[in-house]
Design a binder for this molecule. Structure first.
Ligand code: EPU
Length: 418
């Protein structure tokens, strides 16, 4: 296993290009299962999670090729309607093939995901929705067996807005008979991106990005060309890299309109931010203590909580970070403490007393965004930080060490030593 070694203390300066969004690419790749046509996708990031879903799609019957930055996917026939545990345990988002498989071929067998490092992560709302659309669902030996000759439109209310739940049912509903209405749907920009992709294949989806999505089912979908949206969490992570090192970074090919909560919180925390149409310049200043509460979109994303905690570790006062989405998303706390951060946990609150400096140490994390927060801490800590178990990082950040070293960080990947 590789590790990342950072010599801290260098302000980052220069330009970084933001990659396509992991959490948009995953559902869009799953949605290619809905039609036999060829899809030409650009800005699909080269990431561990994306490789996992591509391999699963190939097992299901997809032909996938890459040329000049375009990923071509065609699922002429569904050869195998299963997603066994081998895949699902590697990445929970493989559950996204459930809706498309049932819609396209009337039957799917997908291993039930368990919990993960950040919480129990139930998927009952995905299953309840499919049942309302007429699917017969049975769970046996840890596998979800779903069947429906043709799904039927239904009115579905989500008790809690769920991102992948909304995506799964939205995909399933595109080929259902009649109209499906999703109420209290999640509003994340990645859902809008998926809906735009699907509408480009002939689907009829209205209202994505609001909490009421209406899908008029059609008989068949076709191939298309689509560019995946920019990754707002990758962009947010680099914004905080600039803030924490008191640097000056220009992030290009991002979409500031998707990132208002992050931009405003970072401004309150002392950074100067210039917004362009598809760029953000972040000039780090004195780090001010601010309270943070994660919320569904348009609130501050839970996927930025760990990175903000690294920043608040160096603020000029005390701050409280409240995690409202996942019950166990604090695995970075103990590691940040090893670097000198003063953080106390009380239930879903972390109370952080800013310190003057962090000191480099060997650290590891058990989840993707937690690993990103350790990279941020390492960029500013005195001396050397080794971030171990970076396969988490590789699941969701494209070439992170290359991007950071080009803007002045001393960061290296050391092969086979993590
Ligand atoms: N929930 C339920 N029942 C369900 C489904 C969800 O109670 O059936 C609850 C969850 O327990 C949680 C809340 O609803 O409290 C929101 O969870 P959601 O279902 O929205 O999360 P997800 O779809 O599994 C996606 C992202 C996560 C991101 C969350 C929240 C993808 C592939 N994953 O997960 O991304 O944290 O939404 O925004 O889109 C990451 O990229 O690091 C990551 C974890």
């Amino acid at each position: 296993m590789d590790k990342i070694v950072i010599q801290g203390g260098r302000p980052l300066k220069g330009e970084i290009e933001i990659s396509g969004a992991k959490n948009a690419a995953l559902p869009i790749l799953a949605a290619t299962l809905l039609s036999p046509g060829e899809h030409r996708l650009s800005r699909v990031p080269q990431l561990g999670d994306v490789r996992t879903i591509k391999r699963l799609l190939e097992k299901i019957g997809a032909r996938i090729s890459e040329e000049n930055g375009v990923c071509s996917v065609q699922v002429g026939e569904i050869e195998n309607n299963e997603a066994p545990y081998t895949w699902v345990k590697t990445m929970r988002a493989t559950i996204l093939v459930l809706g498309p498989l049932v819609a396209r071929c009337g039957e799917a067998h997908v291993s039930l995901p368990g919990g993960c490092a950040i919480g129990a992560r139930p998927i009952q709302l995905h299953l309840d929705g499919l049942k309302k659309m007429g699917a017969e669902i049975e769970i046996k030996h840890g596998i979800i067996h779903a069947k429906a000759a043709r799904l039927k439109g239904a009115n579905i209310y989500f008790e809690t807005p769920t991102v992948t739940g909304t995506e799964n049912l939205m995909m399933a509903a595109t080929l259902a008979e009649g109209t499906t209405v999703l109420e209290n749907a999640a509003c994340e920009p990645e859902i809008v991106d998926l809906a735009q992709f699907l509408n480009g294949t002939g689907a009829q989806i209205l209202g994505a990005g609001t909490d009421r999505i209406v899908i008029n089912g059609v008989q068949a979908l076709h191939g298309s060309a689509y560019a995946v949206m920019p990754d707002r969490i990758e962009a947010g992570t680099f914004m905080l890299a600039s803030a924490i090192t008191k640097g000056d970074l220009l992030l290009k090919k991002c979409r500031p309109s998707d990132m208002v909560s992050i931009v405003e919180k970072l401004r309150a925390a002392g950074s100067e931010i210039e917004e362009g149409k598809d760029s953000l310049r972040v000039i780090g200043g004195k780090i001010r203590a601010v309270d943070i509460k994660t919320q569904p979109y348009p609130g501050l994303p839970t996927d930025m909580q760990a990175q903000f905690m690294a920043l608040m570790s160096l603020s000029d006062g005390s701050s409280v970070i409240t995690e409202t989405i996942f019950e166990a998303r604090f695995t970075h706390v103990a590691e940040l403490r090893r670097m000198g951060a003063q953080i106390r946990l009380e239930g879903n609150h972390a109370v952080i007393k800013g310190v003057a400096k962090l000191s480099g140490a060997p650290v590891m994390a058990t989840d993707l965004r937690a690993s990103a927060s350790l990279i941020l801490a390492g960029l500013v800590a005195e001396g050397e930080t080794e971030v171990l178990r970076i396969y988490h990082l590789d699941r969701g950040y494209e070439a992170i060490e290359d991007k950071l070293s080009k803007v002045g960080a001393s960061i290296q990947r050391v092969k086979g030593q993590g």
